[in-house]
Design a protein around this ligand. Structure first.
Ligand SMILES: NC(=O)c1ccc[n+]([C@@H]2O[C@H](COP(=O)([O-])OP(=O)(O)OC[C@H]3O[C@@H](n4cnc5c(N)ncnc54)[C@H](O)[C@@H]3O)[C@@H](O)[C@H]2O)c1
Length: 325
């Protein structure tokens, strides 16, 4: 059998979609996840439901910190490292756990790759590294030294650490800066999932600030397409160290987002305005020229279509069973 692709964070939102996409294109995939308790294990098990019957997919429940203890992984060609504690607000409450799960765990993985002579890594970084930058759209080479949250600085630290391993050990690395990914299986702490939950349960939506903050919402299948192209790129090149934005390049304000969810669900929301939270930035907005040039990346899904798909999935899978997760 061909060498496997190792996907960390395989039971998560993006990880499970990526595993499905690669498995269905015939790749041999090994997924690792420790079911980190940031959100319900049941949701992560549900994410993996379509994968268990696939012969070219193996799932290992394990913490990446213990990766050296796994003797049965076989030959790995590329690692796609999605495992992390994600989310800005909980990182402010508990920065140590983010430093461990994001920086130390990434270091354990890099050390293991070095020892096993695995020379290709795709890393999930984040738009949060741009902080509250006023130069928009965000370009990969602009200053990212000003972090607004522990989550942001852990992602920035990993990008810097990745460069060290690239230069010391010739590991080809692509840091993909993902911009607010949404769609079926989206994490329950993220706005679209949280607001949909509130709307269907007649609970008020807390709108932070005036509703004028904006996010570059990117539909998950577009993100997956970008990751697959990055995989092709890293497989066919050597000496690679790249940092690439994967966004939609069409920021949408918070109040417009709530209006679209309301339109799709056909339910009028009860909105309560509250103060903006520290750590939240005003706008995220990806310049995707580099991704277009290098990866032929071209996001296709408009927000209303993506939210319609999300709401359908939510009603079929979450509403009556897991909405308290
Ligand atoms: N979703 C987004 O909008 C977004 C935006 C920017 C960046 N990212 C990044 O993309 C990646 C995936 O995000 P997601 O939204 O799918 O999050 P997610 O929480 O759904 O998935 C992450 C997975 O990693 C697992 N994990 C965490 N620590 C682990 C460890 N030590 N060992 C093994 N597994 C571990 C978790 O159990 C979880 O299933 C993350 O690195 C995140 O920071 C996501």
């Amino acid at each position: 059998m061909s060498k496997a692709i190792l996907i960390t964070g395989a039971a998560g939102f993006i990880g499970s979609h990526l595993c499905e996409a690669l498995v269905s294109s015939g790749q041999n995939v090994i997924g690792i996840d420790n079911f980190d308790p940031t959100y319900c294990k049941e949701l992560k098990r549900l994410n993996l439901a379509n994968l268990h019957s696939k012969k070219n997919f193996t799932f290992i429940e394990e913490d990446i910190t213990n990766i050296t203890n796994l003797s049965n992984l076989g030959e790995i060609s590329v690692v796609i490292h999605l495992a992390a504690k994600a989310g800005v607000q909980p990182s402010i409450t508990n920065p140590q756990s983010y430093i461990h799960s994001n920086i130390s765990v990434t270091n354990s993985l890099l050390e293991w790759m070095k020892d096993k002579e695995i020379t290709k890594l795709i890393f999930a970084s984040s738009s949060s590294v741009y902080g509250n930058a006023t130069e928009i759209p965000f370009k990969e080479f602009q200053n990212t030294d000003i972090s607004y949250s522990p989550y942001a600085f852990t992602k920035k630290a990993c990008e810097v650490m990745n460069y060290t391993y690239h230069s010391l050990y010739n590991i080809d690395i692509i840091n993909l800066r993902l911009f607010t990914v949404y769609g079926e299986r989206q994490r329950p702490d993220l706005a679209i999932h949280k607001f949909t939950n509130c709307i269907f349960h007649n609970r008020p939506i807390l709108m932070y600030g005036e509703g004028d903050t904006a996010r570059d919402y990117t539909y998950v299948s577009d993100t997956i397409q970008g990751i697959k192209s990055a995989l092709e790129y890293i497989n066919s090149n050597t000496g690679v160290y790249e940092t690439i934005n994967l966004g939609n390049s069409k920021p949408v304000t918070l109040s417009s987002l709530i209006n679209i969810i309301s339109e799709v669900t056909n339910i009028k929301p009860n909105i309560i305005r509250v103060h903006k939270k520290p750590g939240d930035v005003d706008i995220t907005y990806a310049d995707i020229e580099h991704a277009t040039r290098l990866l032929n990346y071209s996001p296709k899904t408009d927000l209303k279509t993506g939210i319609t798909n999300f709401v359908k999935w939510y009603c079929e899978n979450i509403l009556n069973t897991y909405s308290s997760c």
